[in-house]
Design a protein around this ligand. Structure first.
Ligand SMILES: *Cc1c(COP(=O)(O)O)cnc(C)c1O
Length: 460
């Protein structure tokens, strides 16, 4: 970074407490501008705590170490020990590929420091967040009376939605003697089981069809004559294989039985924005609650989950906090704080809003289509390579495959070598009780031919 790239803002007035913080401001913001436009290092990877302790030393001291030194430690030690989620060849877990507009606006959100919990404190910013939510509501084909809020992640989104569902069931049906159960398939994300544990409800695991989908028939059979189920969770894009449950049939069952239906689209819900993929989600217009993580496949930075309710009044009934010091809150609006397990919150939906406002919604559909096309090309290529076996063809943008004959240790060695070379990040998973690999494409810059070249050269 050259000196002429630097900011030179100066405080007009130094603080009687903190003195002149100009150097801290210049150092941090210059770095942020630079980082917004340069690619991240794919070799960055986690290190041992003991090594980090040695290289960082003691930073919290009586007199402070100064902004320049602190920034240098972040840049040269901490960042290289933190993986680059937005590298186009990071295909592990579910990576992230925020637009530069969204990343830049995240800095704006941070510096504006708006309290986004209540309308009274953050109405303007919340209004803009709500326009992004309204776009998602339109993609769901839900009535305009639906409302939502941005929370930190899918885990908190699922928990908040299920807490609202449980509250609604407690109110309308009364808690059963043996406690409540939620129904979902084995493919449901781990956060659903975590939510069940926190809510102290049981999990009714419904068997899936041969390809891993939760179907209406299996759900109906598993529910049988039970009256202790308060909610059904369907996946609109499972994390391990990226498949979409049979939403329309599940909708029928939930409707018939009067059950709260939550759709977890943390990863795959983004594909609602693709005109070509929308048909896969038929039935979603009848769900009661829904989440999607814009930090996964809607090109926003961490951390951001959109949580949406068909009838937000039912969520507010479960989540509103009341106290003498909160009496001034305007409850004639849905306050984001009323819709989830939080009160103070940053307006974390604004980077998505800014990027959507900048690029328009059609660009989002095209970017998502590009990722799905890339995943299909990778899957076709894997299918054609005789040393590899395609396990689950992509419905969205997850490709699951294996290298027949390899042990778990061989997979781990291969994955580690490519990661440390900074070539490709793919990590092992388990599919049908055997080691497998999954590729998740959420970055429109990922090129199928490059991925296939590496798979063909390194996995023989
Ligand atoms: C990632 C994911 C979650 C959890 O979201 P976080 O933002 O990581 O908390 C939940 N459900 C599904 C389907 C996911 O892919």
């Amino acid at each position: 970074m050259s000196p002429q790239d630097s900011f030179h803002v100066r405080y007009r007035k130094t603080s009687p407490i903190w003195g002149d913080e100009s150097e801290a401001v210049n150092t941090a913001l210059t770095w942020a501008v630079h980082r917004t436009v340069v690619a991240s290092d794919p070799k960055a990877t986690a290190r041992d705590a003991a090594d980090l302790a040695r290289d960082v030393g003691q930073t919290i001291t009586k007199d402070g170490i100064g902004a320049r030194r602190a920034m240098e430690l972040f840049d040269t030690v901490a960042l290289p020990a933190s993986r680059a989620p937005d590298d186009p060849y990071n295909l592990a877990y579910i990576p992230s590929a925020p637009t530069r507009a969204a990343v830049a606006f995240d800095t704006v959100v941070s510096t504006a420091n708006i309290f986004g919990g209540t309308w009274e404190a953050g109405s303007g910013a919340i209004h803009l967040e709500n326009q992004a939510i309204a776009w998602l509501i339109s993609l769901l084909d839900w009535p305009a009376s639906a409302a939502g809020a941005f929370v930190a992640g899918g885990t908190l989104g699922n928990l908040s939605a299920l807490a609202a569902a449980r509250h609604a069931a407690d109110t309308s049906r009364g808690r059963p003697e043996g406690g409540w159960f939620l129904a979902c398939s084995e493919g449901a994300h781990s956060s659903v089981a975590a939510a069940a544990q926190i809510l102290d409800v049981g999990v009714l695991t419904v068997p899936t069809d041969a390809r891993g989908h939760l179907t209406g028939a299996a759900l109906d059979e598993a529910l049988g004559a039970r009256t202790d189920v308060f909610a059904v969770v369907a996946s609109a894009g499972t994390t391990n294989t990226g498949i979409v449950d049979d939403l329309a049939d599940i909708a029928d069952v939930c409707e018939k039985r009067g059950l709260w239906w939550h759709v977890d689209g943390a990863y795959g819900g983004a594909a609602l924005a693709s005109p070509t993929a929308r048909a896969m989600f038929a039935g979603i217009e009848r769900a009661d609650s829904f989440i999607v993580d814009p930090h996964k496949w809607l090109f926003a930075p961490y951390d951001c989950c959109a949580l949406i309710y068909r009838d937000a009044a039912r969520a507010a009934a479960a989540h509103s906090q009341h106290a003498s010091y909160l009496e001034a809150i305007d409850r004639s609006q849905f306050n984001p704080a009323d819709l989830a397990i939080h009160l103070s919150r940053r307006t974390r939906g604004l980077p998505l809003w800014f990027s959507l406002a900048t690029h328009g919604t059609e660009a989002y559909g095209r970017a998502i289509d590009t990722c799905m096309q890339t995943a299909r090309e990778i899957a076709d290529g894997i299918d054609a390579l005789e040393h590899l076996e395609l396990l689950v063809p992509p419905e969205l943008s997850v490709v699951t495959f294996r290298r027949p004959g390899w042990s778990r240790a061989e997979y781990a060695r291969w994955s580690h070598r490519l990661a440390t070379d900074g070539v490709l990040l793919i990590v092992p998973t388990t599919y049908e009780e055997e080691t497998a690999l999954r590729i998740v494409v959420v970055n429109p810059l990922t090129r199928a031919d490059f991925v296939l070249k590496i798979l063909s050269e390194t996995m023989r």
